[in-house]
Design a protein around this ligand. Structure first.
Ligand SMILES: [Fe+2]
Length: 458
């Protein structure tokens, strides 16, 4: 007979709840893309998503930041947005333990979240960081936006010293400690300080969000300590499942090897983690909306984690390696950019100009160049790409992927570019092995994008 867990808890992140009535100023200024997307998810998905989580009867839910979109017209509007979000995301039986994200403004957070947490925890909360214990587990909530002052760091160190020997310890923060697939969404100083603590004290898992992709990874810190980083995103489109490694360059840190377990790209189906706590082990299952189990990790202290791999979602239909009998209907170059102002940076594919690098500043999803039909004839199984930079801009690009939509509606993805290309020194201190430097003005490339074996008939 299978033992029943002592209790379970769920983890969600980045719900970005919004009510457009509180965002008139942003809408008037033309900030509509994010608002439209989050508004749709808020109205059509979040209620059913939370009902699905409740059906597992977790004792509580933790939300690792950005529970609202923020950027509202006034503080009163932010307070209203937060109250609506909390009513939607928490239930009378299932408390919601919030972690502060960068979209959760401080003053409104104190007015709405602190009293709620104080009531649920039975003691007065006076900071964005706090902790509580439940059976054989200790839960430590940190505020990644306030890590420099040292006060919180000393508190965290004391928490770890007191609990990491005797209980399962879980730490929850908004930012990843290890930015696995969306670089630069984490401050280096935060990363360094956290790594130092994680090397000294055993933490069973670090839960986070912020990058809006799902990413489960196991990081080796030294001969003694390893930590699971479990990054989840709970906004996105329910019918979309995009494998992270097909769309993103995975980062490579000298000195800190890690096993990437699995993950999904931004805007994939909203996800949640369900942790079941037994006497001798923890089982953490990763689901996406629709109760689709993606995989699970069984974790025990002083034993290797048992990984039950993700049930693979199909690669993009007819994906890399498929034979393509049809014609190309549309073709796109997907890419991420940082600090690109949209100056005249031409992208040359197999010797033909396909468009310019778009503007962008957050290495986010949804940046792409639509290839002109006249370029289709030049697309091959093995493609070479170069980027000119005549105005000597200091910028960064990466995660370049070619996507073909065939006339029979199948899609093909190329391999993702293995490196991140930069003309700036902004990220040098991270010492990422995948960061490749070019002089301002120098042509970037060659970047090779391959479709594997098969036939493409343009
Ligand atoms: Fe977010």
């Amino acid at each position: 007979m299978t033992a029943r867990p002592k209790f379970s808890f769920a983890v969600i992140s980045d719900t970005h709840y919004l009510n457009k009535a509180y965002h008139k100023s942003q809408l008037e200024r033309g900030i509509t893309d994010d608002l439209t997307r989050y508004d749709w998810v808020s109205r059509n998905v979040l209620k059913a998503f939370m009902a699905e989580i409740s059906s597992f009867a977790p004792r509580f839910v933790l939300l690792t930041g950005d529970f609202i979109e923020g950027g509202c017209d006034s503080e009163a509007a932010t307070v209203s947005e937060m109250r609506e979000a909390m009513a939607l995301l928490s239930g009378p039986e299932v408390p919601l333990f919030l972690i502060k994200g960068n979209h959760d403004p401080d003053a409104a957070y104190r007015k709405t979240v602190w009293p709620y947490l104080s009531e649920k925890l039975g003691n007065r909360i006076t900071a964005n960081y706090y902790s509580f214990s439940c059976d054989n587990c200790h839960f430590i909530i940190i505020d990644c936006g306030d890590f420099e002052t040292g006060k919180q760091y000393l508190w965290l160190k004391d928490q770890l010293r007191r609990y990491s020997g005797e209980k399962y310890v879980f730490v929850f923060g908004h930012s990843p400690v290890f930015p696995v697939a969306r670089p630069f969404f984490c401050e280096l100083e935060f990363h360094r300080r956290m790594v130092k603590l994680l090397q000294e004290y055993r933490v069973d898992a670090y839960f986070c969000g912020h990058t809006h992709n799902h990413g489960l990874s196991l990081h080796k810190l030294n001969a003694r300590n390893r930590v699971l980083q479990l990054k989840i995103a709970s906004t996105g489109f329910p019918d979309q499942h995009l494998n992270l490694e097909e769309w993103r360059t995975l980062l490579d840190y000298p000195g800190f090897p890690y096993d990437f377990l699995w993950g999904f790209l931004e805007d994939s189906a909203p996800g949640y983690l369900l942790a079941e706590v037994f006497e001798e082990k923890i089982r953490i299952s990763h689901y996406v909306f629709g109760k689709t189990l993606c995989g699970a990790i069984e974790h025990k202290r002083n034993a290797d984690d048992r990984i039950f791999p993700r049930k693979p979602f199909p690669a993009v239909a007819g994906g890399c390696g498929a034979v393509v009998p049809g014609n190309i209907e549309a073709a796109y170059l997907h890419l991420c950019v940082y600090n690109s102002t949209g100056k005249n940076k031409a992208v040359i594919l197999n010797g033909t100009h396909i468009g310019n690098i778009p503007p962008g500043d957050s290495y986010s999803a949804r940046k792409k160049i639509t290839l002109p039909v006249s370029c289709f004839a030049g697309i091959k199984l093995e493609n070479t790409l170069e980027i000119s930079n005549p105005e000597q801009e200091l910028f960064t690009t990466g995660s370049l992927v070619l996507e073909l939509v065939l006339k029979d509606k199948r899609r093909m993805l190329s391999t993702v570019a293995p490196d991140i290309y930069t003309t700036a020194n902004r990220w040098d201190s991270w010492q990422l092995n995948v960061l490749k430097h070019f002089r301002p003005g120098e042509t970037i490339g060659p970047v090779y994008l391959k479709f594997g074996s098969g036939t493409i008939t343009p």
